[in-house]
Design a binder for this molecule. Structure first.
Ligand SMILES: Cc1cc2nc3c(=O)[nH]c(=O)nc-3n(C[C@H](O)[C@H](O)[C@H](O)COP(=O)(O)OP(=O)(O)OC[C@H]3O[C@@H](n4cnc5c(N)ncnc54)[C@H](O)[C@@H]3O)c2cc1C
Length: 411
């Protein structure tokens, strides 16, 4: 018997993992991915790293053996007709579905500062934008990055590697505050400073205006009147989930499309996965992630649900960032920590510095930074401990000889 007709709106990593999972699980119905970007899915994490430095010539494709041009169609979906069980594309095609999966991701937010939406500024979300930005990062070019989050600092590092001079403006008093405690972010900032990157905290731009001199294309004006000449301004001030379609269709939305633990929305025929989805856990808490591995995990999970093996999506998120020679990793939910336990030292980044976030005696987050990939073993071990939900002892967390993965197994 033929399986359900699955329509996916998206074309990013979450959509790719879903289609791969359906294929591997022997899905017998048809699958169509309606992808706004006009290309088959690729690894978006290269956009602010290898694609800018030139180390990666083209964005690595995801599961090209399954995500063929027959499956992925270039189309912008403009409406979900829930009554007819159809989606409508910008070309007015109507495509019927038994199961619809929203994997529309997130889009950069641009703060309402004059000039940040102008000709001298851009955002960075996709490979096409990376190609344009990479062209501008010539040796000696002046780049001003607005926002010292993961993407802003990755771009700063890549631009510096290419010989550009870089200033980063951050409105908050700390950098990377969404994902790292200050003790770890300060290590990252000093590495940027050592490379000649000028990171200014508590310093939002007031305006970007066209330059009247030959000293650059634009001038970034600060609140105290300081003027920074710039050849280009990169706006990296966070993203917002692309929920418009879902909201217009009357699905429950609250900073993300709300889904239950099976990743099903308020309409049983429609699921949402990846950056756009906000998952409600059994205890009523909700979480939305902006990271590659959780997006892939949700895609695989949704595939199992469609294949008739529904289970609760329980995932401790994990993500990484590469900046200069530093590897940064984050597991769990840093925003839930009420205190941090440290391991290691900023003086020995070959071994790494780690901060473990604790709440009510349980580990809820692990963050770390190291030169090279050393950080991974410990943050991954801590991820298992977060998942185990056991009470943890501060001394054990701080002790470099404690094997966190084993602790997760043995309690
Ligand atoms: C520059 C950059 C670097 C990153 N680096 C890292 C990293 O190092 N580590 C990490 O863990 N995470 C990283 N991330 C985050 C990670 O890439 C995202 O979490 C992941 O891409 C989310 O996948 P997704 O499939 O949910 O959405 P997306 O990747 O955003 O894909 C959504 C797709 O849907 C399309 N779409 C949207 N609306 C429609 C519509 N109406 N019709 C048709 N198509 C539509 C969009 O064009 C897009 O192609 C990075 C993100 C960026 C932007």
């Amino acid at each position: 018997m033929a399986g359900p007709q699955v329509v996916v709106v998206g074309g990013g990593p979450a959509a790719a993992a879903l289609v791969h999972g359906l294929h591997r699980g022997g899905h017998e119905g048809s699958v169509v991915v309606l992808a706004g970007e006009g290309c088959t899915p690729y690894d978006r994490t290269a956009v602010s790293k290898g694609l800018l430095t030139g180390e990666v010539p083209t964005a690595p494709e995801l599961f090209p053996e399954v995500l063929t041009a027959d499956v992925v169609r270039h189309a912008d979906v403009v409406e979900i007709d829930r009554a007819a069980r159809e989606v409508v594309t910008g070309d007015d095609d109507r495509i019927g579905f038994d199961r619809l999966v929203l994997a529309t991701g997130a889009a950069p937010r641009v703060p309402p500062v004059p000039g940040l939406d102008g000709p001298h500024a851009s955002t960075l979300r996709d490979a096409a934008e990376a190609a344009v930005l990479a062209e501008r990062l010539r040796p000696g070019a002046r780049l001003v990055v607005v926002g010292a989050g993961l993407i802003g600092l990755e771009v700063a590092a890549a631009a510096r590697t290419r010989g550009a001079s870089v200033t980063v403006l951050e409105a908050a008093p700390t950098a990377l505050s969404r994902v790292l405690p200050t003790v770890v972010s300060e290590v990252v900032l000093s590495r940027h400073a050592a490379e000649g990157i000028d990171v200014r905290l508590g310093t939002p731009p007031s305006a970007v205006v066209s330059s009247s001199s030959s000293s650059g294309q634009a001038v970034v004006v600060l609140a105290d009147g300081t003027e920074l000449p710039a050849d280009h301004v990169l706006v990296a001030t966070g993203v917002a989930p692309r929920t418009d379609l879902a909201a217009a269709a009357g699905l429950a939305v609250d900073d993300g499309v709300l889904v239950d633990e099976r990743l099903v929305t308020s309409d049983p025929a429609i699921m949402a996965i990846g950056d756009v989805a906000r998952v409600r856990a059994a205890d009523g808490t909700t979480a939305r992630h902006e990271a590659y591995t959780p997006a892939m995990a949700m895609g695989q999970h949704a595939a199992r649900t469609i294949l008739g093996e529904p289970t609760r999506f329980v995932d401790v998120p994990w993500s990484w960032s590469d900046q200069l020679d530093l590897s940064i990793q984050v597991a769990g939910w840093p925003d839930r920590a009420d205190r941090w336990v440290l391991r290691g030292s900023a003086e020995d980044l070959d071994a790494g510095l780690f901060a473990f976030g604790v709440r009510d005696g349980r580990l809820v987050a692990a963050t770390g930074v190291s030169r090279g990939r050393q950080v991974g073993r410990i943050v991954r071990g801590a991820q298992a401990l977060v998942a185990a939900g056991l009470d943890v002892d501060d001394a054990a967390l701080a002790d470099p000889s404690t094997d966190l993965r084993r602790l997760a197994r043995t309690g």
